[in-house]
Design a protein around this ligand. Structure first.
Ligand code: FAQ
Length: 312
């Protein structure tokens, strides 16, 4: 087959919503776009373990500790499925990890903010997992098969994470005045960074046009952000918390909320590596990786020995 035939075959698959699989022909830029997005997504899951992992020893009860431990482990699992999906595009795990550890690859801006109180764990589950699901539901129908299939399982787990976070917030909001204040303070600090998770506004998003053309993303950053606001505002009202946005107002015509503009200068600063915890997160991740070196060496030596035995 020549290149035009390959391209036509690829376009026909996209048009009929037939997934693109690892051994199928694909344009080089499609492959690169996917490696970028899937690996950044994987890195986000792995770095995302850190702000919550930080609270496992301080969770206020055994039940909360067990739930948080399971959630953080789930996030690690998501990272591993996603690295596997990225590897099917012809890049090695070592290269991907190297890009993360050297600061070459991005991961979600949200994980560069600190978790200061127990209420932050509620806010992360409610808002951060809530935003992640909003984005990932559409990714279950993304055009690349291994990514779409990973997303199906991930979404199921994320939806449990969102509920456990909301339940933490509900209990605090119905607790003592101090507890309610702690919940409100967490909402105040996490609201705007959560809106930034969806990425820059559409007109400033260089990757969206190709992502939509190739059916990698099915909806734009602004569409998903709007849906997240519409879904989350009533949840805050139900538990008596206030969204920290003076411009927030129901718009009957669009059947959605009008809302204020996130501080995009802050967002750009965070993704450039200068957020409150960027350095700490990368240092922690690098330390963990280096501490695991002997395990990787032992596993490789064991695998080599097994292979020799099979070959003999
Ligand atoms: N943070 O042209 P666009 C989770 C970058 S998972 C950092 O709009 P695109 C689970 C972007 O990469 C959260 N960088 O890009 C969990 C690009 O830079 P590049 C992660 C960002 O790809 C919960 C540039 O800005 N989810 O939370 C961000 O079309 C709790 C221009 O942007 C995913 O990754 C950002 N927020 O749209 C874990 C979902 N936004 O690469 C633990 C999959 C944008 O050209 C605890 N990813 N940038 O140098 C996506 O859907 C997309 O990649 C977006 C960005 C929406 C993130």
């Amino acid at each position: 087959m020549d290149n035009t035939q390959h391209e036509n075959g690829f376009e026909a698959k996209l048009a009929s919503n037939t997934s693109i699989e690892p051994k199928d022909w694909m344009p080089e830029n499609y492959r690169k776009h996917l490696i970028r997005q899937i690996s950044q997504h994987a890195h986000s899951e792995i770095i995302g373990m850190l702000p919550e992992g930080n609270w496992i020893t301080r969770a206020p009860s055994l039940r909360r500790k067990m739930v948080l431990l399971a959630k953080v482990q789930d996030e690690g699992g998501h990272g591993l499925y996603l690295y596997s999906a990225a590897e099917t595009l012809g890049i090695s795990r070592d290269e991907l990890l190297d890009q993360l550890h050297t600061g070459k690859a991005k991961y979600s801006s949200i994980f560069n903010y600190p978790t200061l109180t127990w209420a932050d764990i509620g806010a992360v589950g409610w808002l951060v997992d809530g935003a992640a699901i909003m984005n990932q539901v559409m990714l279950q129908r993304t055009s690349y098969g291994p990514y779409a299939r990973a997303m199906v399982r991930i979404c199921k787990e994320e939806s449990f994470h969102q509920r456990q976070g909301y339940e933490i917030m509900m209990v605090l909001a119905r607790g003592t005045a101090e507890q309610k204040e702690m919940a409100q303070d967490a909402l105040n600090r996490w609201w705007w960074p959560s809106l930034m998770m969806f990425g820059p506004p559409d007109e400033k998003s260089p990757n969206t046009a190709n992502a939509i053309k190739w059916k990698i993303k099915r909806e734009s950053n602004d569409q998903l952000r709007q849906r997240f606001v519409n879904q989350t505002v009533p949840q805050a009202e139900l538990i008596g918390l206030t969204i920290p946005d003076k411009d927030l107002k129901w718009n009957e015509e669009k059947k959605g909320y009008d809302f204020g503009t996130p501080d995009w200068a802050e967002f750009n600063n965070v993704i450039a590596g200068n957020g409150p915890c960027n350095k700490e997160r990368l240092d922690t991740r690098n330390r963990a990786h280096n501490n695991g070196q002997w395990v990787r060496q032992a596993a490789a030596a064991y695998a080599e020995k097994q292979n020799k035995q099979v070959a003999a």
